[in-house]
Design a protein around this ligand. Sequence first.
Ligand code: RI2
Length: 309
Amino acid sequence: MKDIVDKIHDDIKSMRVRGALDIAIAASKTLKKVATSDAKNTPQLLQKLKRAGKKLKSARPTAISLPNAVNYILYIADKNCHLELNEFRRKLLESIDRFIDEQKSALDRIAEIGSNLIEDNDLILTHCNSDTVDMLIKRAWDDGKEIEVVCTETRPRYQGHLTAKELSNHGIPTSLIVDSAAHLMMKELKIDKVIVGADTIYASGDMINKIGTSQIAICARELDIDFIVASESIKFSPQSLLGSRVEMEERDPSEVIKSGKLPGVRVLNPAFDITNADYIDIFVTEFGVIPPEAVYHLLREKFGWELEI
Ligand code: RI2
């Protein structure tokens, strides 16, 4: 049987498990399993956890939520490595459970805060598939807001179809457009708000999300449409305070062209792009609504531990 760490690594890499928050939670649950596995003593278990963490972090490079979750759990493990094995395990499992619960509460809090930003008759455009955005929009609908949503398909993997299905199953009037119709539809349908999720947010307020997000943000600015990012703080990059940048994932050409090639043509498949802070109006986080300029302060306040390592 395949080792659980290898299995989850492969699930994340192949995007069977996807979405920035979901991959962080999947990695946390995997480390929880490793924490309950056989070991002779604390140093041995700590070694196992570090090996597993390294493997999990290598599954996909761009969403900072993945290393943030793993690094946090390893930080707690390191801090408690003086404890004897059973006590070490107990402490660690408790911390992982608390961490996972905090992520779920963050999602809920963002939905609550975000719903208050939505007005009756708002026409919202979203790109790709973000659980955070889905939750926010569904909460607004449940709170009685009469809204409609336009989803972009999000080639090449069509995650926009997932969003459209989810929101329409919830009873929300939903339309689907091809990615290249975004500008025209934003203008003709008179979109009120664009709301997207995030994979990584830098201290500068620049934000990484699914490929195509940045051009939608530029269109939103041209048309004077609010551009809102809904994101848990787990997607903020503490290392960006020190100038560090994540690797931008480039996926297999076979996701774009079934055969993987067009004779004589190089097929490129970048999975993410960076939206400049200048094009972002606000971030909705579990700590409240903040402008891009406030990301720096939030990072210093909430992720000080990360910079101590
Ligand atoms: P939640 C996804 O990445 C999308 O880019 C989405 O906007 C972002 O993660 C955040 O998703 P991918 O895994 O955490 O589809 O809000 O490449 O679910």
